[in-house]
Design a protein around this ligand. Structure first.
Ligand code: ADP
Ligand code: MG
Length: 300
């Protein structure tokens, strides 16, 4: 495209809330045949809520929630925020005087798995099955039943282990964005296939994919796995766009022909992307591709 055409198109994009970082992105977006969507915070609202809690131990619900909160206190993950918020609601409900909850010592983030830390003299893990496996914490059939029941309802389960035993669990829901389904079907009508990649588990991922009408799903992928998936699709000769919001999406955003970041996403994702969807509305994936198609066809 000529510099003038690029200027006009990026100006138009900006007025629509689609920030295009230069001519190269604009040039490439019209060729896109596959759009890869991250799940949490991209297809979903990204504000998970605890909708169920269960104990598998003798701790009281309040003790249990306080320990989970302490472990999650310094985590940036949306699931951590949901756990902390739930514990706070619980304390208010039962009129607990214990306003201040301790922070864990030796806090560690395990990307795509959860967190760990020491609360008092206890070792607390908060995360998924993979985290439990990594720390050799057995997940019994009672726990597995709770997990599978909730995953089928498109919920994500958060397991809490205290001193090497699963003490209880939470189930969180994160609703899909209202426009997600229509965007997927509109892309399809434009000849573009939608795919989902996520760090979350297979069952939850499939349940969400079904809700939005996506048929191809890749779950339990770490940040590098997400980028490798993009590269695989490119090797099949496809021009690929990646839409994501998290730090964990940034390698994939860089690997894609066109990386699109959700405006409400993390700074790292916005940095890594070629296009920023300022309004965080998935309809703007279409706006961006459309703008590119129109600009390119006007030139040729
Ligand atoms: P996504 O790719 O869907 O954005 P992530 O890679 O951020 O997901 O996380 C993958 C999974 O790891 C989550 O679904 C959750 O099970 C677990 N997880 C990650 N961080 C945390 C945390 N702070 N607390 C609990 N679980 C976590
Ligand atoms: Mg995300």
């Amino acid at each position: 495209a000529t510099p003038t055409a690029v200027m006009v198109a990026t100006g138009k994009g900006a007025s629509l809330g689609v920030l295009i970082k230069g001519g190269n992105a604009l040039e490439k977006a019209h060729k896109v045949k596959t759009v890869v969507f991250d799940k949490t915070g991209t297809l979903t609202v990204g504000k998970p809520d605890v909708v169920s809690a269960v104990l598998f131990s003798k701790f009281s619900m309040e003790e249990f929630c306080d320990m989970a909160t302490a472990a999650e206190a310094n985590s940036e993950h949306p699931i951590a925020k949901a756990v902390v918020e739930h514990a706070k609601r619980l304390r208010q409900k039962f009129g607990s005087s214990n306003e201040h909850v301790a922070e864990a010592k030796d806090f560690e983030v395990h990307t795509g798995a959860g967190v760990s830390g020491k609360v008092g003299d206890k070792i607390v893990l908060v995360g998924n099955r993979r985290l439990m496996q990594a720390f050799h914490v057995p997940v019994g059939s009672e726990v597995e039943d709770y997990i599978s029941k909730n995953e089928q309802l498109a919920r994500t389960c958060v397991l809490v282990a205290i001193d090497g035993k699963v003490a209880g669990a939470f189930a969180v829901t994160d609703p899909v964005k209202p426009e997600a389904r229509i965007v997927v079907s509109f892309l399809c009508s434009m000849g573009i296939t939608s795919i989902m990649v996520t760090g979350d588990n297979w069952a939850t991922a499939h349940a969400i994919a079904k809700e939005v009408g996506i048929k191809e799903v890749f779950a339990e992928t770490d940040p590098i796995g997400k980028a490798n998936k993009i590269k695989e699709l490119q090797l099949e000769g496809m021009s690929v766009a990646m839409v994501g919001d998290g730090i964990n999406d940034s390698p994939a955003l860089v690997a894609a022909d066109v990386g699109m970041a959700i405006g409400a996403g993390t700074d790292v994702a916005i940095e890594a992307a070629d296009i920023v969807l300022i309004k965080s509305n998935l309809e703007d994936v279409i706006t961006a591709i459309d703008l590119s198609r129109k600009t390119i066809s006007r030139i040729r």
